[in-house]
Design a protein around this ligand. Structure first.
Ligand SMILES: Cc1cc2nc3c(=O)[nH]c(=O)nc-3n(C[C@H](O)[C@H](O)[C@H](O)COP(=O)(O)OP(=O)(O)OC[C@H]3O[C@@H](n4cnc5c(N)ncnc54)[C@H](O)[C@@H]3O)c2cc1C
Length: 410
């Protein structure tokens, strides 16, 4: 049965997140964006009311909601400000591999930290010369006795300047390409260096940092899962987080559309509100269709996850479509505001800048198309029945027949 009705619990979470966005995020969003203010006060409040870390299992002190519930929160908070939601939501990207494959001890310690205090963690995959092409990363982790020693640099790390701990991908076998990557938990106090904070086009309230590891030693038991399993873990994590990124894009798109609708009813040209002109109506009609379609794709990608089914291609459909829709809708919202849309005093200018990142992080729109093309041209056998226990990521990243070697992933 297909039913697009949220349960009472899901609706309650959506309402909670919407109220939080209205009361705590919107009043400061444009100011924080202007000044690049890191939203520490909002992190504290969001953590207190349960709008962070909601995918942590109950066994480790969390509340573990399903993905369809989680993306309700993500759309609403992003409607408030996607930069602030990037800050609040990044923990789930970073602890994703730990939940999937970490040892009991690691989970208790590092998930426990997030449950006990409003701390942040970061997901460290991208490097200066390894963005989409994850397999070409150069950071290394060399085992020495009961420790690993890490060396290398990561760029564009969300919350990198503030994280208490990091999920770090590093080569444990330099000759093995993506099959030589492992994932580790690296506590900040092991000696992580924060090299610089980036000054960004959009999502300016979020922190994006370059970080490095110079002979950083961590206990050997901080390896997540097995050695050389890191790439698969990263891809499995992204399958799980991309529905949320799609929902965030819907949040931006919806905000831009709402501002555009309001403005079009107020602004009078040629003696009538511009909403009376069919050219404006058609732009708004297209916005409404695309918001609806993007949301449905995000929901489907989340529901597949909740059903334990492979969601790789639908996650990519959702992320690609919603990101491109957000960029188009934000661009058209600026168009509807005319010259005022280009002025910082008006709200859509920020949304236009924020929308761009949706086409870039967690896999660019080109990389999503690459995944979609591969899955469409060479569909996996019984893909809709495969469980999400890792087979999906293995098939989508191992290049196992009939799939060609994927050159890119992030
Ligand atoms: C604000 C921000 C936050 C981020 N947060 C994180 C984070 O927390 N953790 C993390 O690890 N990373 C993070 N990233 C990094 C992000 O995931 C990468 O920027 C992204 O994956 C693209 O990598 P790149 O920038 O090196 O671009 P490149 O990979 O160099 O790509 C450049 C262009 O080439 C295209 N391209 C590349 N390969 C192909 C191909 N095979 N076919 C067609 N086109 C291709 C790309 O689509 C893009 O248009 C963040 C980035 C930003 C800007």
């Amino acid at each position: 049965m297909v039913d697009f009705t949220l349960t009472a619990e899901q609706q309650d979470l959506r309402d909670l997140a919407h109220d939080f966005a209205v009361k705590e995020i919107r009043p400061v969003a444009w100011e924080y964006d202007k000044n690049g203010t890191f939203p520490e006060d909002i992190i504290q409040k969001a953590w207190e009311v349960g709008l962070m870390n909601y995918y942590i299992p109950e066994a480790y002190g969390g509340t573990r909601v399903d993905s369809l519930s989680g993306i309700q929160i993500e759309e609403e908070l992003s409607w408030g400000c996607s930069g602030i939601q990037t800050t609040l939501g990044c923990n789930s990207l970073a602890y994703g591999p730990l939940v999937l494959a970490g040892s009991e001890e690691l989970k208790k310690e590092y998930l426990g930290r997030l449950v006990e205090a409003p701390l942040l963690c970061s997901f460290c995959l991208t490097e200066p010369d390894a963005g989409s092409d994850v397999a070409s990363m150069r950071t290394t982790a060399v085992k020495k006795g009961d420790k690993y020693v890490l060396n290398g640099s990561k760029v564009f790390i969300t919350n990198g300047g503030y994280a208490n701990w990091y999920t770090v991908y590093a080569k444990t076998d330099k000759e093995a390409g993506r099959r030589g990557i492992s994932a580790f938990v690296v506590p900040r106090d092991a000696g992580v260096t924060v090299d610089k904070k980036e000054d960004k086009l959009g999502q300016r309230a979020s922190n994006t940092a370059a970080i490095s590891f110079n002979d950083v030693e961590i206990p050997a038991d901080h390896l997540i899962g097995q050695e050389n399993q890191g790439f698969k873990l990263a891809m499995m994590t992204l399958d799980r987080t991309r529905p949320g990124v799609a929902a965030m894009a819907v949040g931006i798109a919806r905000a831009a559309m709402e501002f555009a609708i309001d403005y079009s009813k107020e602004r009078v040209q040629f003696g009538v509100p511009i909403a009376m002109h069919q050219g404006i109506q058609f732009m708004i009609a297209d916005m409404a269709t695309e918001v609806e379609a993007a949301r449905l794709l995000a929901w489907k990608a989340a529901v597949l996850l909740d059903q334990g089914k492979d969601n790789t291609i639908v996650s990519s459909h959702a992320k690609r479509f919603a990101a491109d829709a957000a960029m188009k809708i934000a661009t058209d919202a600026v168009q509807i505001y005319g010259g005022y849309g280009f002025i910082k005093e008006y709200p859509v200018e920020k949304l236009f800048r924020d929308a761009k990142i949706m086409q870039l992080y967690e896999g660019t729109s080109q990389i999503q198309r690459l995944v979609i093309a591969r899955e469409t041209l060479l569909p996996r056998r019984a893909s809709s029945d495969s469980s999400s226990n890792g087979d999906s990521a293995a098939a989508s990243t191992n290049g196992a027949e009939p799939h060609p070697e994927p050159a890119t992933a992030n």
